[in-house]
Design a protein around this ligand. Structure first.
Ligand SMILES: [Zn+2]
Length: 326
């Protein structure tokens, strides 16, 4: 009776600590994506295809804006240059000279007529006067044409695309952010399949001990919190990686025996313990479903089984949340 009371006290104490430390209770019905979201990992359902389309749009928009801006800059430059050349070529002096020349010849012709000069002389002077007149006309026409051309260049200037440097910078920013969104999504996509996952053992297996509070499996009084999922399988069964990732640690300790911790993305880690054989090394890149070791009973174990741990942002999560739907 006294022993039972002590056990009751013991259980109450563990439950109290459990409540105070606010460990997540066992909940089923998730896949890893929604589990990650619940842990505020801030990952949305991956749709890399849509993000790839967004990136392609951002690239083509940037290319358009940038080339429009460059076209504008180069046109402005051309217009300015052409205008300057034309203005320097505009021979205002020619107009004055031609005008004076014509005036002089006109005066000479009138003088000859007034003194009743020789007809031949008058005809000659009239011919020179007409020539000077037509020359002035030509010079005036030319200057008119040039003025019109400069004017039309000015009008063309107004029709230039009004893309400015700010637009180019904006498009560059949009492009950068589209690229970052895609990279982020690809990082998550990199962990592999996240739905309808099977237990990570290549052998029909069953849960021998769930996540959560349990009696000490080594007998005696007392309870303990089991921070993982025990899956029983014959020794030597292949253990596989749940997701793509990098081996954070492959080693041995007294509790876990031979164990492997794999990091998938930044916030998700999985632990595989009590292995008889480890088949990978720290730092190795592993693909989802790759064999990483064999089921064993090393460390604190009562028989061949895999202890599977799942950690998100360093917090322990019930691994069943990755497998069960209800
Ligand atoms: Zn265990």
């Amino acid at each position: 009776m006294e022993q039972l009371f002590i056990r009751f006290l013991n259980v109450s104490l563990v439950l109290l600590i459990f409540a105070l430390t606010n460990v997540q209770m066992v909940v089923h019905a998730d896949n890893i994506t929604s589990v990650l979201r619940k842990y505020n990992v801030g990952i949305e359902q991956v749709n890399t295809e849509a993000l790839e389309q967004e990136l392609i749009r951002a690239i083509s928009e940037f290319t358009r804006v940038e080339s429009e801006y460059r076209e504008r800059q180069s046109l402005i430059h051309t217009v300015e240059l052409t205008t300057r050349i034309m203005q320097s070529n505009m021979q205002f002096n020619d107009i004055n000279t031609a005008s004076l020349n014509m005036q002089r010849r006109e005066d000479y012709l009138i003088a000859l007529v007034n003194v009743d000069a020789d007809l031949e002389k008058i005809f000659e002077a009239e011919k020179l006067y007409r020539e000077a007149q037509s020359h002035l006309g030509m010079v005036l026409d030319m200057s008119g044409i040039m003025a019109k051309r400069i004017e039309s260049l000015g009008i063309y200037n107004e029709f230039l695309p009004d893309t400015n440097l700010h637009d180019v910078e904006q498009a560059a920013n949009d492009l950068r952010s589209a690229r970052n969104r895609l990279t982020g999504a690809r990082n998550l996509a990199d962990i592999g399949v996240t739905e309808n996952l099977q237990f990570p053992i290549n052998y029909p297996t069953r849960v021998s001990s769930p996540f959560g509070l349990r009696r000490n499996p080594f007998g005696g009084s007392g309870t303990e919190f089991h921070y993982g999922l025990d899956l029983s399988a014959p020794a030597g069964s292949e253990v596989t990686s749940l997701f793509n990732g990098v081996v954070a640690r492959a080693g041995y300790n007294d509790g876990f025996g031979n164990y492997v911790i794999i990091t998938h993305g930044k916030e998700l880690q999985t632990l595989y313990a009590h292995l008889s054989v480890i088949k990978i090394n720290t730092g190795d890149r592993v693909n989802q479903f790759d064999v990483i070791g064999l089921v064993g009973s090393t460390g604190r174990s009562t028989g061949p089984h895999l202890h599977l741990g799942v950690y998100i942002n360093g917090q322990t999560v019930d691994p069943m949340r990755l497998f069960t739907k209800s």
